[in-house]
Design a protein around this ligand. Structure first.
Ligand SMILES: Nc1nc2c(ncn2[C@@H]2O[C@H](COP(=O)(O)OP(=O)(O)OP(=O)(O)O)[C@@H](O)[C@H]2O)c(=O)[nH]1
Ligand SMILES: [Mg+2]
Length: 562
């Protein structure tokens, strides 16, 4: 017995008790991981994690004083015989017809009450549940108090339903006793389909070679050694391996003792869940990488995105219009007064785009309240595809360091609000203060000067005309005062004209220069506005995925117990 217990200790990592709180914390971390990746990763990849969270939550909420142990194995290996031998009663029919056990039978040691809820969850029908501990043999069986033993159907059954029942139960029970017999212990199915899958549950796995009595005593050690070698290959090294004989009461003693110890420890449920968490976390490992992700796309990609957005939003066209409008308005304000009216007949380039001109800016309240209804030309096919490319590139750069499945999520996020983009860009352009609402002071000054010199010219002209008229009527006309050789009215007239032309000529390059400045200012403001649209519609969804990734990564690390 000491040997068996010793081996059990070693196999059960003898070692570490599973701390329930630490396990709950790991499960919470898996839950946080699932929340973080929700909507970003394909659901199919997350099924085991969802199943774990659901199952573990329920198992922990149910009785921790009970240990659910399943006897699993091929048909005829002797599961029902062992079940009956351990129960010391004929509870599950043993037969010659194969397969015999079609539905799971359960035997509860101790009061049935607590076990019933567990069995409801495990899904054993009430008519197949038995209670082992009666008043009469209470002492005999007290060491197994808390055990719920399940006799499973055969996993290699010709009946498909048996196999699915076994698979379902193997996902729920706390400890599995694999029952093999000397004929079929090396069958491929049990090793490849089952035992190998259980390598993360080594500390809640036990293997028994039943029907040991059918082997010549000298053969038993050889068969056990062979089976041990196979188990090692399955990754189940260290798992306890016992020989049993179900038909002989003494032949199940070792198994009974192993189960007594398991029940007494009350650790199997926690160890099973720890194995489940380990398996799920290992399965999810490739979904997060080692490197921390960048906070977003690099500056070059962001700049390219801004340029593409500006192109699609028609920023160059609006900037052209601003420059044109500045020249138009500046020319009208500072040009020669006699031809200003003619200038006004030409359309204002900004008004043509239905962008707020000075009047609109004043009358319609704040520029932001303007609804997007501009006539800024729609983006060309080239601009649209440049924008698509810039968005894709930004997403690719942001997701470059992320493991598979995430780059797709980042790209999808970058494109998630693509449909809203045209309107948002139009609104941003319409809502941008282009700096064209106020008439510069110097326009007024030059305009006033123009009026002054024009009036001077007109005064000179009037004066001259008056002199001619008087002379034509034969009336005495006073002599014009002279400035040097030139009569004053002539000087006023010609000087006024020349000064007007001169002012106009000198002002024109200044207006052009100021128009270019106005263009640059408008460009700056428009670019900032479309960049804000890019931030809201493209970059923040991308960053949100990166934040989710970071959360998922740290949650998974915590779930891994690292
Ligand atoms: N000699 C001997 N016969 C055994 C032993 N265990 C079971 N048997 C016999 O093997 C046959 C099958 O036993 P069962 O207990 O019905 O096997 P099972 O694993 O429950 O089979 P299924 O319910 O069909 O999956 C029966 O005839 C048993 O009497 C054993 O340890 N030694
Ligand atoms: Mg059976």
């Amino acid at each position: 017995m000491t040997n068996i217990v010793g081996r059990m200790r070693e196999a059960f990592r003898g070692d570490q008790r599973v701390d329930a709180d630490a396990l709950v914390a790991r499960l919470d971390a898996v839950r946080r991981f699932l929340t973080a990746v929700d909507g970003h990763l394909p659901d199919a990849r997350l099924v085991p994690a969802h199943t774990l969270v659901e199952r573990a939550g329920t198992r922990l909420a149910l009785s921790r004083d009970h240990t659910v142990v399943a006897l699993a194995g091929a048909t005829g290996s002797g599961k029902s015989s062992l079940f009956n031998a351990l129960a010391r009663m004929e509870l599950s029919p043993v037969g010659v017809r194969r397969p015999t056990t079609g539905v799971t039978h359960a035997c509860v040691w101790g009061p049935l009450d607590g076990g019933n809820r567990l069995l409801d969850w495990v899904g054993v029908l009430p008519r197949h549940r038995f209670v082992r501990e009666s008043v009469l043999d209470a002492d005999d069986e007290s060491a197994l108090r808390g055990l719920i033993l399940l006799d499973l159907p055969d996993f290699d059954s010709v009946q498909r339903s048996h196999r699915s029942e076994v698979d379902r139960l193997l996902g729920l029970v706390d400890l599995v006793v694999w029952v093999v017999d000397p004929q079929k212990y090396a069958d491929r199915v049990i090793h490849t389909s089952y035992l190998r899958e259980f390598h993360r549950h080594r500390d809640v796995t036990l293997v028994v070679l039943n029907q040991a009595d059918r082997l010549p005593p000298a053969e038993l050690p050889r068969v056990l050694a062979d089976l041990r070698r196979l188990l090692d290959t399955d990754g189940l090294d260290g798992v306890p391996l016992l020989a049993t004989t179900a038909v002989d009461p003494a032949g199940t003693r070792a198994l009974r003792e192993a189960l007594e110890r398991t029940v007494a420890e009350r650790q199997a449920a926690l160890r099973r869940l720890r194995g489940d968490v380990d398996a799920v976390v290992a399965g999810l490992d490739e979904l997060v990488g080692d490197a921390a992700p960048a906070g977003g796309p690099d500056d070059a990609a962001v700049d390219a995105l801004h340029r593409a957005l500006a192109g699609a939003a028609g920023v160059p066209a609006v900037a052209d219009a601003v420059e044109g409008a500045y020249r138009h308005r500046g020319g009208a304000a500072t040009g020669w007064p006699l031809v200003r009216g003619w200038r006004r007949l030409r359309p204002d380039p900004l008004r043509r785009l239905h962008l707020p001109g000075p009047a609109a800016g004043r009358d319609d309240g704040p520029a932001e309240s303007l609804v997007a209804a501009t006539s800024v030309p729609d983006p060309t096919a080239a601009q649209r595809s440049a924008l698509g490319l810039a968005i894709r590139t930004a997403a690719e750069r942001a997701g470059a360091d992320l493991p598979a499945a995430w780059p797709t999520a980042v790209t999808a996020a970058a494109r998630s609000r693509l449909g809203d983009l045209p309107d948002a860009l139009d609104r941003a352009v319409a809502g941008t203060d282009l700096g064209m609402d106020r008439r510069p002071l110097w326009w007024r000054f030059v305009g006033g000067l123009q009026w002054l010199v024009t009036l001077t010219a007109l005064a000179g002209l009037g004066w001259l005309a008056l002199g001619y008229a008087l002379r034509a009527l034969g009336l005495p006309a006073p002599e014009h005062p002279m400035v040097g050789e030139v009569p004053l009215p002539t000087l006023l007239f010609l000087g006024g004209l020349l000064a007007g032309l001169l002012v106009a000529a000198l002002t024109r390059p200044v207006v052009r220069w100021a128009a270019r400045r106005a263009r640059r200012r408008a460009e700056r403001r428009l670019t900032a506005a479309v960049a804000a649209v890019g931030e809201e519609h493209v970059l923040s969804p991308v960053r949100a995925v990166l934040v989710s990734y970071t959360e998922a990564r740290s949650a998974l690390r915590e779930a891994a117990g690292r």
